[in-house]
Structures are given as structure tokens and as C-alpha cells.
Design a protein around this ligand. Structure first.
Ligand code: COA
Length: 377
């Protein structure tokens, strides 16, 4: 009999808690938020409605949505102190480090920072939803030596983000594609960053601390950073015709191909068809099909040769590039969306909390005596 401890490396397959926020059904490649299929939300609702849904369990009525949007618009501005701090960030700082630091600073400024009551946490979640895009845009512009652009409360959440990054609002098709990407990135059960947020919250630490930790976890290329890695990869491939040969080189070196594979979905990521559709619309709008043509070659060969499907980051990377965003903004944009899912999980964890604290199997040296320094030579 094998009595070796059963270690779930990477917590693979571990059921860590219950959750009523979202459900991934890998057997049917589907994902629901509070019972609604994510692709239906993309076609029939907006990101604002999705945020409300994640935090409240139901889609908003017209009056509820109007109140939610008014509150979000009223909370977009950053303090002069935070704007000064952002202006002083090193110009070559990683944008995810910049937004992580900005959120940490927001926590120090927030009068309710230490209040972890449900009502206060909800107010802080709203402030984070409203302010994170402002900080992302300001940090991005600062890194290019540009002054920040103040949020415009007459614009929608998505329009305002483009306004703060570029100083102008693009055509409705672009806003729509961006809104869809925000819905798709909003929530995805117990992924690494969400579990990080829940772990931090389980110590009864505050919302800003939990979100700061979640941003740090999202930065990695095995998680959120993959959308940037995908675009770097596509730019490395000289043309769609060169994609097959390029991929052979990756296979020869047993290298990871970014934007493929998923811990939960093994036969296709439920979010990919919707994002791909909107990435293709973006390619039409911009009149540049190179990235999608290259992507299609990679996806076909990865499936034939490795039986590995693309994940959401694969179409999201070129979609954001076609929208005009610089590559280092891609993962911070993910933060602007995922704050909704993270906050929903912090609220859920706090409502029925138990400290998250797993065990490990010790493999170090057996217990031994300390030899005092003079005798160690
Ligand atoms: N490129 C090439 N091979 C891949 C691959 C990829 N993107 N993703 C998985 N594989 C291979 C693994 O090498 C492994 O092969 P092996 O059995 O011969 O060792 C097999 O598929 C199973 O993968 P595994 O690493 O066990 O899956 P995981 O659940 O631990 O990891 C990811 C999932 C997402 C971390 C992994 O697929 C990956 O690193 N993808 C690239 C990064 C990415 O796109 N991340 C975004 C996730 S939404």
C-alpha cells in the first residue's frame, strides 16, 4: 500500500470552498455569471450591468443601473496626491507594478480602509471600479511623459477609458468590442488572482490589500500577462505564411505557446468564440487582417498537432492591439475588468469567512542542534 501523502501540487482539482458567483462547465465549454451565460451577457447586456450583477446577484433594473452608473462616474477622479505619486513612478516601471502601487496608495487614502463591514466593502469596491481605469490611464501617459487626462463624467465607463488614454473616443464598434472584452474578463471562479484576493481577505485584511495582492498575482504570464505575451508572439511572426514554420521551432524547443491551454478548460475556452468574433470586427474596422490570419494558422496547427485550444488571451491580445492600445496596457485593462470579480469574491469570502491556511509536507533537513558560531570555525 502506498501511504505517501496525496499532495495536490498547484491545488489541481482541489475544491476549496463554495461560490455562487460564476460557474465554469468544462464539459460543455460554458461559463455563467450568476446563472447567465457569458456570451448572452455580451450580446444583451453591458459591462456596467455585468458589474452590478456580479456584486448583487441580479441584473439591474433601469433605475438601479442609472444609480450604479452615476456613482461610478462620481468616483472616477484621483486625488492630487495620487496623481503626483503616479507622475513620480519610474518611467520604465512595469504598468502592473504601477497600478498595484496606485491601488495600494488608494487604500491609504480611503477613509473607510479599515472598515470591513459589507456596506463599507461595497462602497470601496465601487471606488476601485471607478478609479482604477483613471490610474491605469494616468500611469500609462506618465510613462510616455504625457500629462493625465481627467475623467469625463458625460462619457460611459468604456468611452471614458479611451478618452483618458488617447484624448478621444473611437467609433461605436470599437467601444462595443472593448465592452465585450470587459464582460469576458470580469470573472472566472477560483483562478490564481481571485484565490489570492480571497486568501488575503480571509485574514480579515482590507479590500485594498486584497486587490493589491490580486493585481500582483494577475501580472504573471501564466495568468493575466498572457494577453501581452500573445501580441509579442504575433509580432515576432513575420507573416501568416511564416506562422507554421515559426510554430515548428517552438515545438522543437518544447516551448510554451502563449494564449493556449487552460487549467480548467481542456477542450476549448467558453469565452474564445465571442472574443474572436469581436477581434475580427476590429480587424475589419481597422482594415488590418494580418494578426487574425496569423492567429488562425496558429490555432489550427496547435489543435491538430497538440490538441490544445486557445484561451481568452489569444483573441483579446490582437483585439486590444487593433483598438490602438500599447501592449503594456493589456494586462492593466484586464485589471479594470477583473476588479468586479475580485470584489465579488472578497464580499462572498467575508460573508462566510474561514482563514485560508493549507498544510505542506516538510522535505527539509531533519531536526538538528544549533552549533554556536565559535565552534563552527
Ligand atoms: N503551449 C505548449 N504546450 C502546452 C501549452 C502551451 N500554451 N499549455 C499546455 N501545454 C502542454 C504542457 O506542456 C503539458 O504537456 P506535457 O503533458 O507533455 O508536459 C500539457 O500541455 C498539459 O499542460 P499543463 O501545464 O499540465 O497545464 P496546466 O493546467 O498546468 O497549465 C496553463 C495551464 C494555462 C498554465 C498552461 O496551459 C500555459 O502555460 N499556457 C500558456 C500561458 C497562457 O496562455 N496563460 C493564460 C491562461 S488563461
Amino acid at each position: 500500500m502506498n501511504d505517501a501523502p496525496d499532495i495536490k501540487k498547484g491545488l489541481v482539482g482541489v475544491l476549496a470552498d463554495v461560490s455562487s458567483i460564476s460557474k465554469v462547465m468544462p464539459e460543455t465549454n460554458s461559463l455563467t455569471y450568476r446563472g447567465y451565460a457569458v456570451q448572452d451577457l455580451c450580446e444583451l447586456a453591458s459591462f456596467d450591468e455585468t458589474a452590478f450583477l456580479l456584486w448583487n446577484g441580479e441584473l439591474p433594473t433601469k433605475a438601479e443601473l442609472a444609480a450604479f452608473q452615476a456613482e461610478e462616474k462620481a468616483n472616477r477622479a484621483l486625488t492630487p496626491a495620487l496623481l503626483r505619486v503616479i507622475a513620480e513612478f519610474p518611467k520604465d516601471a512595469h504598468p502592473m507594478d504601477a497600478i498595484r502601487s496606485a491601488v495600494s496608495f488608494m487604500g491609504m487614502e480611503d477613509a473607510e480602509s479599515e472598515d470591513i463591514s459589507d456596506a463599507a466593502q461595497r462602497r470601496k469596491a465601487m471606488r476601485l471600479l471607478a478609479k482604477i481605469p483613471t490610474a491605469v490611464a494616468a500611469a500609462h501617459r506618465a510613462s510616455k511623459g504625457q500629462a493625465p487626462i481627467a475623467p469625463d463624467p458625460s462619457l460611459s465607463f468604456c468611452e471614458n477609458f479611451f478618452h483618458m488614454v488617447f484624448g478621444k473616443v473611437p467609433q461605436p464598434e470599437v467601444i462595443r468590442a472593448f465592452d465585450v472584452s470587459m464582460i469576458l474578463y470580469a470573472e472566472h471562479t477560483f483562478n490564481a488572482s481571485t484565490f489570492t484576493a480571497r486568501t488575503i481577505c480571509s485574514t480579515m485584511a482590507d479590500m485594498h490589500g486584497a486587490i493589491t495582492g490580486a493585481i500582483a498575482a494577475l501580472k504573471g504570464p501564466l495568468h493575466g500577462g498572457a494577453n501581452e505575451a500573445v501580441m509579442h508572439m504575433l509580432k515576432e511572426i513575420p507573416s501568416p505564411e511564416a506562422a507554421a514554420g515559426w510554430l515548428e521551432g517552438k515545438f522543437d524547443h518544447k516551448a510554451l505557446v502563449m494564449g493556449f491551454g487552460h487549467r480548467v478548460y481542456k477542450t476549448g475556452d467558453s469565452r474564445v468564440p465571442t472574443m474572436k468574433k469581436y477581434a475580427e470586427i476590429m480587424a475589419e474596422v481597422v482594415g488590418d487582417k494580418r494578426w487574425m490570419n496569423t492567429s488562425n494558422v496558429l490555432a489550427k496547427i496547435m489543435l491538430e498537432r497538440k490538441n490544445i485550444h486557445p484561451n481568452l488571451d489569444f483573441p483579446a491580445g490582437p483585439a486590444y492591439y487593433l483598438m490602438g492600445f500599447d501592449i503594456p496596457l493589456f494586462t492593466p485593462i484586464f485589471v479594470c475588468s477583473r476588479i468586479t470579480g475580485w470584489a465579488a469574491h472578497v464580499l462572498e469570502q467575508a460573508a462566510d469567512n474561514r482563514l485560508i491556511r493549507p498544510l505542506s509536507v516538510y522535505t527539509g533537513v531533519e531536526q538538528r542542534p544549533v552549533v554556536p558560531l565559535p565552534q563552527r570555525g
